[in-house]
Design a protein around this ligand. Structure first.
Ligand code: ATP
Length: 249
């Protein structure tokens, strides 16, 4: 199929000595899609993301982005971890510019792009602050801006909002959807939270013991709006995924 952006075919990986890894995973995403991976702790979600990022290489099977095999990490893929991992000694704008400054001296175009991202992520007044002067939600916003700086086609997110309070988390979900829609960024997003997966994802997969056990398209109104969270349709999809998660445990 020519509209496949990311494809995984029969992908296997296991850390030495680990009981669970990634087991015969087949997955594909069209460009601009937002896919979520749900599953209990230790089922292999982070391992799958690291494989997609090229941080790990599969023992067998193939991972392709736009038809090219993934052979290692690259600027075409952004990664956001559970903790924002900001550098304490750099200001907000310098943290956002980090992916460029690791390669070369940032130019005016890079700084302009960083400022636009900070504006879009609601951080325009905080350029000169340091991470210790920010709330957890603001730090997460900086981490997202940093991951988007190089204009990656693919954003991989590993429970990036897990440590935030429920309302901040919902605000960030809307900010993230808007930022990715604007850029056409494809996103693979790992979470433990069923409502988060359903709000964000246009497709949600449930992982268990390294395998994809259930793969559910989410046919809810786009773009998402906060009122959707209280609708019967939203609750019905959440209930279906919950049943799927309970069945596989
Ligand atoms: N660096 C590592 N070395 C050895 N084993 C590892 C390593 N990282 C993960 N594992 C093991 O691989 C398996 C899958 O771990 P993974 O981190 O992918 O799970 P997960 O679903 O992301 O869990 P969580 O939701 O808790 O983050 C687990 O059994 C884990 O103990």
């Amino acid at each position: 199929m020519d509209d496949v952006f990311l494809s995984m075919r029969q992908v296997n990986y296991r850390y030495p000595g680990a009981a669970v890894g990634v087991d015969e995973v087949d997955w594909s995403m069209p460009a601009g899609a937002f896919h979520c991976l749900l599953g209990r702790s230790g089922c292999g979600k982070s391992t799958l993301l690291k494989l997609a990022a090229g941080l790990l290489l599969p023992e067998s099977g193939a991972i392709m982005i736009e038809g090219q095999p993934v052979r290692g990490p690259g600027l075409a893929t952004g990664f956001v971890f559970q903790t924002p991992t900001l550098l304490e000694w750099l200001s907000v704008i310098d943290n956002v510019l980090l992916p460029v400054s690791l390669q070369r001296r940032p130019g005016t175009a890079d700084t302009a792009r960083a400022r636009v991202l900070l504006e879009q992520l609601g951080l325009h007044a905080l350029h000169g602050r340091y991470p210790r002067q920010l709330s957890g939600g603001q730090q997460s916003r900086v981490a997202i801006a940093r991951a988007l700086l190089t204009q990656p086609r693919l954003l991989l997110m590993d429970e990036p909002f897990a440590a935030l309070d429920a309302l901040t988390r919902e605000e960030l979900q809307d900010t993230l959807l808007a930022a990715c829609r604007l850029r056409g960024t494809s996103v693979l997003f790992v979470t433990h939270d069923i409502t988060e997966a359903v709000y964000l994802g246009d497709r949600v997969a449930v992982m268990d013991h390294g395998r994809i056990r259930c793969d559910e398209p989410v046919e809810l109104a786009c773009p998402r709006s906060p009122g959707l969270r209280h609708s019967p349709q939203f609750n019905a999809v959440c209930a279906k995924l919950r049943r799927a998660m309970e069945t596989v445990q």
